[in-house]
Design a protein around this ligand. Structure first.
Ligand SMILES: NC(=O)c1ccc[n+]([C@@H]2O[C@H](COP(=O)([O-])OP(=O)(O)OC[C@H]3O[C@@H](n4cnc5c(N)ncnc54)[C@H](OP(=O)(O)O)[C@@H]3O)[C@@H](O)[C@H]2O)c1
Length: 329
């Protein structure tokens, strides 16, 4: 899949059902998954098994689907359980080991190179020069690699990001991004320090953070003071894709609201579909690219999510009715 998808299947909390649900989601049209090297919430190994089964059943090649996983700092791990790295190691080592474990989990039938050694060889070959792209994509790669949350200090956060940048340079990863960054000041500081800029922000979409209103303008190429690279083919920059989670569970009042009910009647949709369509169409924020992230275990809800991302774009009047419900303007 060449560009970032607008619909992603979330694999948290599925435990032993993970592989079957990934396969089911793919059968219903999903072509992208989100997971994390965080054993307390995700069975990354079973995501790999599900992808393997889907590729076989649906005759998919690696470029037909999109895989996102995360480096989860020690503060987000269950330190009494199995971990994908040694939390006593330096941060850079932790990221390397976690990424290595993710590749093994997600591509169980592939020969996985030693990532740490490959990064060291790559760093040596570029002779200390900063270079954004190295040898092209590796045979086994991750499409999108996220920092699950900032680490406890800025220094450690930047150390983790530097390894993620090197993973892009060396062709192990196509894009990198942040998750759980809610302060526009912290986001801007990290953005400024990044040599390779984030392509994705995955955040909880909730009233307690104003539904990220002040962050969203930093993601949109039309509104952000940051400049975003134009693509080689001259197409408009996409900015940073916003991937909200808790979209349904965190917003029961929105799902019951008069605006959403009106849109359900007008477009013959369920409340969940109205909210997903609103996210998919950029939340009514100029230039913003929104991505629907759903972890449903229900076959009908899978179909509904796919359908919500295939609708004709709504009129400005329709979009702004939902936007006003969420953002008040
Ligand atoms: N970065 C992070 O820190 C972080 C944190 C949390 C989650 N995530 C990611 O986000 C994904 C999604 O998580 P989420 O917390 O947003 O919750 P979710 O797993 O998408 O769904 C939450 C609830 O919504 C229901 N639901 C889904 N589709 C529906 C529909 N069309 N109509 C009615 N109900 C529907 C589900 O029930 P059914 O199963 O019955 O449909 C479930 O009870 C996770 O799997 C994970 O990949 C990331």
């Amino acid at each position: 899949m060449a560009s970032s998808p607008s619909l992603v299947y979330g694999t948290a909390w599925k435990d032993v059902r993970t592989a079957d649900l990934v396969l089911l989601a793919f059968v219903h049209g999903f072509r992208a998954v989100d997971t994390a090297a965080q054993p307390k919430h995700y069975r990354e190994d079973l995501v790999g098994r599900g992808l393997q089964a889907a590729a076989l059943q649906l005759d998919l090649r690696r470029h037909d689907y999109w895989v996102q996983t995360k480096f989860t700092p020690a503060a987000g791990q269950d330190l009494s359980g199995a971990l994908p790295y040694n939390p006593d190691d330096p941060v850079a080592e932790q990221v390397c080991a976690s990424f290595q474990s993710s590749l093994r989990n997600l591509f169980p039938d592939q020969d996985i190179p030693n990532v740490k050694r490959a990064l060291a060889a790559y760093a040596e070959s570029r002779g200390g020069k900063e270079k954004h792209r190295g040898p092209g994509l590796q045979p086994t790669y991750i499409d999108s690699y996220l920092l699950h949350s900032p680490l406890l200090t800025l220094e450690h956060t930047v150390q983790a990001w530097r390894v993620m940048e090197l993973l892009v340079d060396a062709g192990f990863v196509r894009e990198i991004g942040f998750s759980n960054v809610y302060s526009p000041e912290i986001f801007s500081a990290l953005y400024g320090l990044a040599r390779i800029k984030p392509s994705v922000l995955q955040n909880r979409w909730h009233s307690s953070t104003g539904h990220d209103v002040s962050l969203l303008s930093l993601l949109s190429p039309s509104l952000s003071p940051n400049t975003f690279p134009t693509y080689a083919d001259g197409s408009t920059p996409r900015g940073i894709v916003y991937q909200p989670f808790w979209t349904l569970t965190g917003n029961p009042a929105l799902l019951r609201s008069e605006s959403v009910v009106k849109m359900c009647i007008k477009h013959d949709l369920t409340p969940a579909q109205v909210v997903y369509a609103y996210v998919h169409q950029g939340l009514g924020i100029a230039g913003l690219t929104g991505c629907v992230l759903t972890g449903t275990s229900d076959e009908n809800h899978m179909r509904e999510a796919v359908a919500a991302t295939q609708l004709e774009p709504w009129s400005e009047e329709d979009i702004s009715m939902v936007r006003q419900e969420v953002y008040g303007e």
